[in-house]
Ligand binder design. Sequence first.
Ligand code: ATP
Length: 436
Amino acid sequence: MDKVISLSKRRGFIFPGSEIYGGLANSWDYGPLGVELKNNIKKLWWKMFVQERFDMVGLDAALLMNPKVWEASTHLTTFNDPLVECKKCHTRYREDQKPDECPVCGGTVFTEAKQFNLMLKTFLGPAEEKANIAYLRPETAQAMFVDFKQIVESSSMRVPFGVAQIGKAFRNEITPGNFIFRLREFEQMEIEYFINPSDGWEKHFDIWLDQMRIWLDRVGIDRKKIHEVEISEEDRAFYSKRTIDIEFDYPFGQKELYGLAYRTDFDLSNHEKMSGKNMKYRDPITNEEYLPHVIEPTWGVDRTVLAVLLSCYTETEARSGKDDAVHETEVTLRLPKEIAPIKIAILPLSKKEELTGPAIEIRSMLSKHWMLEYHTSGSIGKRYRRQDEIGTPYCITVDFETANDKSVTVRDRDTMKQDRVKISELVNYFKENLNC
Ligand code: ATP
């Protein structure tokens, strides 16, 4: 974990937020490479679950919603974590994470657990009074229920179909921590898949579980570190008839990465009651009218980034010299090409105009298609290693032959194979090999 955190900071994937002011309890900023990686993960998810399917549409709803939404969803009453307090120094812990001994003061006596609501509250407008209270959404899901009728009426979707959304969510976590695992501000990618209750929810549940497995492979998460945990009735959210947590072996233990739940018609029926609006779906062909049930697969973006970094981080020992001794540990981030922040690095072998001229032309040509880096300083070995460390799939070297044969050498991060490719063929070469 320390190695991944250090790489993240050193190479600009993720660093502590507000650092010059001493930071802010577990807030993290995604730097130049982090934002690319995170965007690529979101793009891949959207492509797989919205673009490549014909039973899905997207939504981008407001973060602030009418507080009645949270009343109907029961978040205001039940979205609680039990909290205990050290009797000596008053440090607070989630009950399920209570240490035997308080790490702050060594105290061993804690208060009884009390319920702590995780909703982050704010006020809209200048007056901080009850009528102006609003909440930052704790999940993206609710807007997909609230907007259900508008989506049906404005699109040609017919049940079964799903709505997908990516966006920020906020939770006033008692003990944020473990890098980007538990944040107060984080991002989710969620799907509400609406089905006819007489259509057999079990089948849809299994299909979605399978989709989530396929996703793990596409995004580069090590399946050997994944556990599908069936949540027992007593541990499930009260509205769920079946939940499977997809857990990952993080360095700090096996914990939730994603979740899959069958939520019945709990949400639509509560919104129908609270709003007084008919939330039922009428099938345009059969004319049958009913409240759809919902299968909800949910993914945390930040936990995806963490699991991807932990899965793709590899070290190899570089041996050289007569004694064949280990001289350096080389790091390679074996990211799937689709999510790598930088797809191609352009590395002229010398700073001479003869080489930088064509290199700059190649940069202009390829930058229309892919994110690139361009570096002229340092030995070529060092420059390759820096690209391996950030997971760049391809490096191009422009050398003294380039002017004659109008070709460059392309090195593959994973196979180390080097191809001599005509400059005029580069776009096709990468279209074929990057496949994105
Ligand atoms: P946990 O048990 O770890 O608190 P949860 O069961 O409350 O998680 P869900 O409500 O199912 O989580 O949220 C859906 C997804 O959002 C989770 O699977 C996770 O990937 C992500 N997530 C939830 N809480 C956080 C958080 N505080 N920081 C980062 N990601 C989170």
